[in-house]
Design a protein around this ligand. Structure first.
Ligand code: GLN
Length: 288
């Protein structure tokens, strides 16, 4: 029979060669199963674990040792200080994506009722965070995977956020005839043969949410090309991208007639998010 303390010691040891953060992983799994805050593990090392708890923990430990991401094992990940449900149907939200939120909040005035589209919403973190920070904005969230959309709706319900319009389909296709002040997306942007896809958490995440053609630019290109007909005059396109893609993305956006391109760096100093504006002029109006 294990106690809290002895199971943590064992798990830490077994995870040592399978995880960059064995202690943290062990604590997160234990506290998830016990439904206790992390401080509990430190405060109560002598508490005995019952047989059921121990069986569940063994199963989770084995899964973690085979590489399964912690977020899929607990079914949860924090984003913008809120807890979101995640599953293998969706990308695990990354801290870099909080930069998209920061920029979106600064781009449009807070109080107006702007229309915003989030393409490839996944677990819904972008759409839900935006509508919770800006309840007057009218947000439409799109995903091509119905299971992802269901999970996003479940997150919206759990967090009791203002209403979001949910659409099933590819990128802008389900938004025919609509116009937005902001189109935002964290699309797949990894090159299909990138070695990172075969490492760490990425092995377990949906491939269609990560990889996008030989250069990783396929989804970004599709969105950039089509978003023009869905943006208000002066509307913004805001895209997360790979840290070596900003030059290629700028060239693409310029070729499609976007103006005022600006790339923002993430906390690691990598160019990560690019904003562009769609401004109608006599030249662009014809090919819009
Ligand atoms: N930033 C993620 C990674 O490189 C990828 C997310 C994405 O493709 N949108 O792990």
């Amino acid at each position: 029979m294990h106690t809290v303390g002895s199971w943590l010691a064992l798990a830490r040891q077994r995870l040592a060669h399978h995880s960059d953060s064995p202690q943290l992983d062990a604590e997160v799994l234990l506290c998830h199963v016990l439904a206790k805050p992390r401080s509990y593990c430190l405060a109560w090392p002598d508490v005995n674990l019952d047989r059921n708890t121990q069986n569940t923990l063994d199963m989770l430990l084995d899964a973690r040792m085979s590489g399964m991401p912690i977020a899929y094992l607990t079914g949860r990940r924090e984003f913008w200080s809120r807890e979101f449900l995640v599953s293998p149907d969706v990308l695990i939200p990354r801290p870099e994506t909080e930069l998209l939120i920061d920029i979106a909040l600064a781009l449009l005035p807070a109080s107006a009722s702007h229309r915003v589209a989030d393409l490839g919403t996944g677990s819904g973190v972008i759409a839900i965070t935006l509508v919770m920070e800006r309840p007057t904005w009218q947000i439409t969230a799109v995903d091509c995977d119905i299971n992802a959309l269901r999970l996003a709706q479940q997150n919206a319900q759990r967090l009791a956020c203002p209403p979001i319009t949910w659409r099933h389909g590819d990128w802008l296709k389900p938004l025919q005839g609509e116009r937005f002040a902001l189109i935002i997306s964290n699309p797949p942007y990894i090159a299909a043969d990138d070695v990172h896809l075969a490492r760490g958490d990425l092995r377990f995440e949906p491939r269609h949410a990560l990889a996008a053609g030989p250069t990783g630019l396929d989804a970004l290109q599709t969105i950039a090309a089509t978003a023009r007909s869905y943006l208000d005059n002066g509307g913004y396109l805001l895209l997360e991208h790979g840290y070596q893609q900003h030059t290629a993305l700028h060239a693409l956006l310029q070729s499609y007639g976007y103006r005022n391109l600006l790339t923002h760096r993430d906390w690691a100093g990598h160019p990560r998010v690019t904003q562009a504006q769609w401004i109608l002029s006599s030249h662009t109006r014809n090919d819009a």
